[in-house]
Design a binder for this molecule. Sequence first.
Ligand code: KG4
Ligand code: ZN
Length: 345
Amino acid sequence: MLILGIESSCDETGVALVQSAGSGVPLLRAHALHSQIEMHQAYGGVVPELASRDHIRRVLPLTRAVLEQSGSTLPDVDVVAYTRGPGLAGALLVGSGVACALGAALNKPVLGIHHLEGHLLSPFLSADPPQFPFVALLVSGGHTQLMRVDGVGRYTLLGESIDDAAGEAFDKSAKLLGLGYPGGPALARLAEQGNPVAFKLPRPLLHSGNLDFSFSGLKTAVLTQAKKLGDELDARKADLAASTQAAIVEVLVKKSLSALNQTGLQRLVVAGGVGANRSLREQLNAACGQRRVRVHYPELDLCTDNGAMIAMAAAMRLQAGVEQSHRNYAFDVKPRWPLQSLDGH
Ligand code: KG4
Ligand code: ZN
């Protein structure tokens, strides 16, 4: 079965083709991506209206590109999957509208996919796919969640951020340091040259006894520190970036270990854009290695938003029998949609 996946929930248009056969892990046949980062950079953040218009421009050329890459044609597609939510409503409507139009024109079924389920299952596209059950650390620009995952669609929320997401903490701190948008990767790059213990920054909820996170106080602490440095800020920016990253990473690592302890599980899956962070990967690998816990990540280029994870999640949902694709082309989207409300067996 050939599945076309379309992602358009935020500032990346992603299209991919995934092939599934029998009960084996589905295979990525082709994927193509257009990032809008450059377009939004001038505004210091995502402008929803511009995002929607750009998705409209990109989605069909990207679809042609993946068909060409894989040597297939539109009639070869068996199911059209798209991101149904959560995300920007207008942006989601582009992907769902195009998916439903393609489905209707080809008389093929469609399937709306949860964006975070896409991230969660993206490590199954790697050379070393995980096995269920596992603890998942979902760290994206909009979400920070620890989940117990027992199978496709079987997600139990263990803890989440009560305010800013980890990616947001990276982005907002980076903005305060004048590193532009999106700041996460820029802050991480600068942090490589800095001293992570140069500044004492808060580790919110580290000892809260539960698995919730809070990152909004961190950006205030970074701002206070930046103001205190005044003219010295430029010379100490790398140290402040490294200290900020260290605070975020320490909380993510400690809470992930607590989730593993609490559930007794021996496998951790890390997904979402912040999962690309090198320091997070190094520290998780070191801490989990000591405890004989296996850690799985998506391939680096599939950590941030992409169409492959959407096609993959559709393939796995269909394979697991937790959902049927359908020919109802009413392209309703869900800008807010809790992951744990999905069905599973
Ligand atoms: O998963 P994603 O592409 O989009 C959402 O679904 O939100 O995640 C984007 C987030 C942004 O906040 C970005 O700054 C962050 O992931 N990010 C990183 C790195 N690469 C992306 N944060 C820290 N270090 C990185 N290397
Ligand atoms: Zn995402």
